[in-house]
Design a protein around this ligand. Structure first.
Ligand code: OGA
Ligand code: MN
Length: 260
C-alpha cells in the first residue's frame, strides 16, 4: 500500500511536468555568483552575454504588478486553507523541488476567476486550449526549485483520476505519449519576490535571470520552456544585478496550455 501511495505520488509529480536536469555547477562556480556587470539588464531581465540576452528576451516576459494587493489577498484567502492542511516536503533529495507543498484548482471565486481570465488573455494565443486545473505551488522560505525542464509528456489532471488510474497512466506514459503540454506557461507570484534563472541545456556557462517581483506575472514561451532549464533560487543565492532579493514564502499560481 505504501508502495502504491509512493507510486501515485510520483505519478502526480509527473503530471506537474518535471524532468530534473542536474547541472554540474558547484557552489563556488562563477555561475552561482550573480550577474556580471555587462549592462545586459533591464528592470526584470539580466543575462550573461549579449547573445543569450537577445535569444531569450523575446521568449520571456515579466509583467510587474499584474495583480493588485486586493487580488493577491483574494487568491491567498482561497488557497491558504487547503495548503495549510498539507506539510511542506523537504525530504525527497531527488525531487526537483525542495520545501514545497502543492495543489491544483479548477473552481475559483469571482475575483480570482477575473484574475485568471486576464492571465489567459495576455499569456496564451487566442483560442488555444488550456489545461483545466491551475497548478498552485507553495514554497517555504527555505524552499527552492532546482534546475529542470518541464516534461511535455502526459498532461492529465491527477484530481480527475483515481489513484489506481494515475499509477496505470504513469506507467503507460513511459511507452505512449498520448497527450502533450503546450508551448506556454504563465505564473503569478504571490507573497515574495524571487529570481528565476534559465540556463541553456547545451551550454551551462550561460544564463539569464528574471526578477519575479511579488504580484508579477511571468510568461515562458516555446524554446524558453524546452531548451532551457528553469529554477527558482534559494534565499542565499537570490541576487539580481548585484542586489539581494530576499526570498520569503512564495506561492505561484501557474497556468499551462495544451498543444494546438
Ligand atoms: C514547476 C515550476 C515555477 C514557479 O512547478 O515546474 O517550475 O513559478 N514552477 O513556481
Ligand atoms: Mn517547471
Amino acid at each position: 500500500m505504501k508502495l502504491l501511495a509512493k507510486a501515485a505520488k510520483q505519478a502526480q509529480r509527473a503530471y506537474f511536468q518535471r524532468i530534473l536536469v542536474y547541472r554540474f555547477t558547484s557552489d563556488s562556480s562563477p555561475l552561482r555568483k550573480g550577474p556580471r556587470s555587462t549592462g545586459l539588464e533591464c528592470q526584470w531581465f539580466c543575462a550573461s552575454s549579449q547573445e543569450i540576452f537577445s535569444t531569450v528576451r523575446r521568449l520571456v516576459e515579466v509583467r510587474q504588478n499584474f495583480i493588485n494587493e486586493e487580488e493577491e489577498n483574494a487568491l491567498f484567502k482561497e488557497l491558504e486553507p487547503g495548503l495549510r492542511k498539507k506539510r511542506y516536503e523537504f525530504d525527497h533529495w531527488d525531487d526537483a523541488i525542495h520545501g514545497f507543498r502543492e495543489t491544483e484548482r479548477l473552481q475559483w471565486g469571482d475575483v480570482c476567476e477575473g484574475v485568471l481570465r486576464r492571465v489567459r488573455e495576455v499569456a496564451f494565443p487566442k483560442g488555444s486550449s488550456l489545461l483545466g486545473p491551475v497548478h498552485v505551488l507553495d514554497l517555504d522560505k527555505a524552499g527552492y526549485i532546482k534546475p529542470h525542464v518541464d516534461s511535455v509528456k502526459v498532461c492529465l489532471s491527477s484530481t480527475v483520476l483515481c489513484v489506481v488510474c494515475t499509477v496505470l497512466l504513469f506507467f503507460m506514459s513511459v511507452f505512449v505519449s498520448f497527450q502533450f503540454c503546450g508551448s506556454t506557461i504563465a505564473g503569478l507570484s504571490l507573497l515574495s519576490d524571487s529570481i528565476m534563472r534559465l540556463v541553456p541545456e547545451n551550454n551551462s556557462a550561460e544564463w539569464v535571470k528574471l526578477l519575479l517581483s511579488r504580484r508579477s506575472l511571468y510568461i515562458l514561451r516555446d524554446d524558453a520552456r524546452f531548451k532551457y532549464t528553469h529554477e527558482i533560487l534559494k534565499d542565499e543565492e537570490s541576487f539580481f544585478s548585484g542586489q539581494k532579493v530576499p526570498r520569503h514564502r512564495r506561492i505561484s499560481v501557474i497556468c499551462r496550455n495544451l498543444p494546438d
